[in-house]
Design a protein around this ligand. Structure first.
Ligand code: HEC
Ligand code: HEC
Length: 331
């Protein structure tokens, strides 16, 4: 038995650097009965599958270190002491279920789709894992890290994942990932954590206006909670010196206004729409939101007046006409 292990250990080392065809030729020489505890994989494919698992889960290949993700052994000890047959590690038990699942997908489900004998792209560990030991998408990973240890732990995990996986197709590091996670916290009323996560985003995405908007929004909500509308408006003013001009598109105050209106805080929402209109007097968008906002607080006439004024200055503006008609009808 010991001999088998030695052969295997050296075989897998060689295999890591050989082309696939040669690898399977070598592995094929291993008779099936040499393994003690293979319940899913046949002996002739087992080593190939081990290598695929290493690659698919993005485990380190050097000196077989990645094998210890699932197998019992010690890097400090010779490899013939490693116990591949043992099921002591949870990862191995989980991986066995995964091997069975992948087999089932490839042998049963994919042929149904691709047709018998037709060439189809088989599912591998990589299909889902894409180089990650656990394929949970980054926003969910960050969400659970936050639950476990707050922004600090979330930021540590994000930085580490970024160092390790950036430019791999493992995780989505585009600007929206942290914005979505932060927005989840905003929705729960945890504005301070949301702001801290937007700040983390800006460390990496300082040239993305949307990342700046996220932080401004979180800070404004925070101010609203502690000091009301005046504090929020003051925070907005202060933001102008802290963020690039591109961040202050008409959508910034508009989004916050609608969040408030939908949350039943119509008066503050309308005040924000008014502020937005003062900031962007030539844009249709703030007119439209404010007109609907007036309707929400029972001031339909003011909304209609606003739409009429817009049409006077912009005759035959189709959206303006629709707005005016809709407002008149909903009175
Ligand atoms: C992601 C987990 C995982 C990784 C990584 C992994 N294995 Fe395995 N290995 C398994 C599972 C699961 C089995 C059992 C398969 C079965 O039940 O058919 C197994 C079985 C084996 C066996 C058969 C043991 C026996 O006698 O029953 C050998 C040998 C083996 N692996 C070698 C390796 C080597 C060498 C590496 C590194 C190149 C490696 N494995 C990496 C999960 C893994
Ligand atoms: C169809 C998608 C899919 C494929 C293919 C797939 N996995 Fe997984 N695997 C998952 C998901 C999803 C999880 C995470 C479950 C969870 O943690 O909630 C997972 C979890 C695991 C885990 C446990 C990770 C942990 O942190 O607990 C191991 C080990 C694993 N897979 C190994 C493999 C191996 C080896 C293969 C290839 C034989 C494979 N998987 C193929 C979807 C897949």
């Amino acid at each position: 038995m010991k001999l088998t292990r030695i052969v295997l250990a050296s075989l897998s080392l060689v295999a890591l650097t050989l082309p696939a065809a040669l690898t399977s030729a070598l592995a094929g020489q291993e008779p099936e009965q040499e393994f003690e505890n293979n319940q899913v994989l046949h002996g002739d494919v087992l080593i190939d599958e081990m290598l695929e698992a290493l690659r698919g889960l993005g485990l380190p290949r050097r000196a077989g270190r990645g094998c210890l993700h699932c197998h019992v052994g010690d890097m400090e000890q010779p490899r013939d002491t490693w116990d591949y047959a043992s099921d002591a590690k949870e990862n191995k038990q989980k991986a066995r279920t995964m091997f069975a699942m992948v087999k089932e997908i490839n042998e049963r489900y994919l042929p149904e789709v691709a047709g018998d004998g037709a060439d189809h792209q088989p599912v591998t560990c990589y299909t889902c894992h894409a180089g990650r030991p656990n394929p949970t998408p980054l926003p969910q990973v960050l969400q659970s890290e936050f639950e476990l240890g707050g922004v600090e732990r979330l930021a540590e995990t994000y930085r580490e994942a970024r160092r390790r996986y950036f430019a791999a197709d493992a995780y989505d590091f585009r600007v929206d990932t942290l914005i979505d996670v932060a927005n989840g916290l905003t929705a729960r009323g945890d504005f301070a954590s949301a702001a801290a996560i937007h700040e983390l985003n800006l460390e990496y995405n300082n040239d993305e206006p949307e990342a700046h908007r996220g932080l401004i929004r979180a800070r404004m909500f925070e101010a609203l909670m502690t000091g009301g509308m005046d504090a929020m408006a003051a925070r907005y003013e202060q933001s102008k010196s802290e963020h690039p001009a591109e961040a202050f598109a008409p959508s910034l105050l508009d989004t916050i206004g609608w969040v408030l209106v939908r949350g039943g805080n119509e008066a503050v929402g309308v005040a924000l729409f008014e502020l937005n209109l003062a900031e962007h007097p030539d844009s249709f968008f703030p007119h439209e939101s404010l007109a609907w906002g007036y309707l929400q607080i029972g001031e339909a006439e003011r909304g209609i007046e606003l739409a009429e004024r817009w049409l006077e200055a912009n005759p035959a503006h189709e959206l303006g006409e629709t707005l005016l008609n809709d407002l008149r009808e909903s009175r």
